[in-house]
Design a protein around this ligand. Structure first.
Ligand code: PEP
Ligand code: MN
Length: 345
């Protein structure tokens, strides 16, 4: 971080300022010019509040030269983070993980049938919503506690670890046996929720908000990691743009960019990104080729009658065909920005 001081800053004020910075464990380098004095801060500046520095009388300008996130930053953690789920499946560092399942858990027969076909096709985790963040309060909101119970039944039946979304920290006790907790796009910046998830020691999958930058996504990951929970998975699910042909706009370049910036695994959700089942396979394959560490795909046994997101859900046969193609191209994925190259390189 660089701080430019005003021309008329008194030496006494400058000394007080640099003493204050040093008391925060930072080294300071002073460069006194004819018109300006520049203070360079060396050390971990992620905890330094830029605005409180800018508010000081003697400060003209503050410029960050290092990212405001530390735990999620690849500069401080070169190796890819690898997360292992209870069934031994791994994600990150060249390990690819596919999470599949219906948008929402609807009943026992449905979730067990989808879980079985997802597993047979090669998925490593079952994803289904029990708490659904719907735009309309009149739309199906999920089965809540019963939905969680049914997910755990499906896990018992198939051995697949379960991934499901939390919307409120007060529901945390219900998530005690859930293997991966998802934070949805709408809650990406629910900082109190993120802090609570930081107290856990289990994987948290954070979806990028529909109008959030990658830096904001990484700051949300930082919230969880700052609490000591290092098992964070980042998820790109498309952002909102002026385009209406697809539900959201999916930017595949975020995969290598996130790998460059962070050591955390990156997954892509082509279902919510496009909103159309016919686009799920091409986007899933594209994401795989671009070096994603995994995918989150909506699969439903009867999309026409799905209570949520039927139009973007793949039938089990289509999902199985897609999985074959994913397996075929995964070894050739471009992972130039990850620490661990793909198997075929
Ligand atoms: C979901 O994963 O079911 C969901 C609601 O997704 P998003 O938060 O990305 O909209
Ligand atoms: Mn959905």
């Amino acid at each position: 971080m660089i701080v430019i001081l005003k021309k008329n800053a008194e030496p006494q004020q400058v000394r007080l300022f640099t003493d204050w910075l040093r008391s925060m464990g930072l080294e300071t380098h002073l460069s006194v010019g004819e018109n300006h004095t520049i203070v360079g801060l060396v050390g971990d500046t992620s905890r330094v509040d830029m605005e409180s520095i800018l508010a000081l009388d003697i400060v003209e300008m503050v410029q960050r030269i290092q990212e405001p996130y530390k735990n999620a930053n690849r500069k401080f953690h070169e190796e890819d983070t690898i997360i292992t789920l209870p069934n031994g499946a791994k994600i990150g560092g060249g390990h690819f993980l596919v999470m599949a399942g219906p948008c929402s858990v609807e009943n026992e027969e449905q979730i067990i049938s989808v879980a079985r076909s997802a597993k047979a096709a090669g998925a490593n985790a079952l994803r289904g919503g029990a708490f659904k963040p719907r735009t309309s309060p009149y739309a199906f909101q999920g089965l809540h506690e019963e939905g969680i119970r049914l997910l755990l039944r499906a896990r018992e039946e198939t051995g697949l670890p379960v991934v499901t979304e939390i919307m409120d920290a007060k529901h945390l006790p219900l998530f005690a046996d859930i293997d991966v907790i998802q934070v949805g796009a709408r809650n990406m910046q629910n900082f109190e929720l993120l802090k609570e998830l930081g107290k856990l020691r289990k994987p948290v999958l954070i979806k990028r908000g529909m109008a959030n930058t990658l830096q904001e996504l990484l700051m949300s990951a930082e919230y969880v990691m700052a609490g000591g929970n290092e098992q964070v998975i980042l998820c790109e699910r498309g952002i909102r743009t002026f385009e209406t042909a697809t539900r959201n706009t999916m930017d595949l370049s975020v995969i290598p960019v996130l790998h460059q910036l962070s050591h955390l695994p990156v997954v892509v959700d082509p279902s919510h990104a496009t909103g159309r089942w016919e686009l799920v396979a091409p986007m899933a394959l594209g994401a795989t080729a671009c070096g994603a560490d995994g995918l989150l795909i909506e699969v439903h046994n009867d999309p026409e009658h799905a209570l949520c997101d039927g139009p973007q859900s793949l039938r089990p046969e289509k999902f199985a065909a897609l999985m074959e193609k994913i397996r075929a191209i995964q070894p050739y994925a471009d992972r130039s920005f990850s620490a661990a190259p793909a198997a075929a390189e």
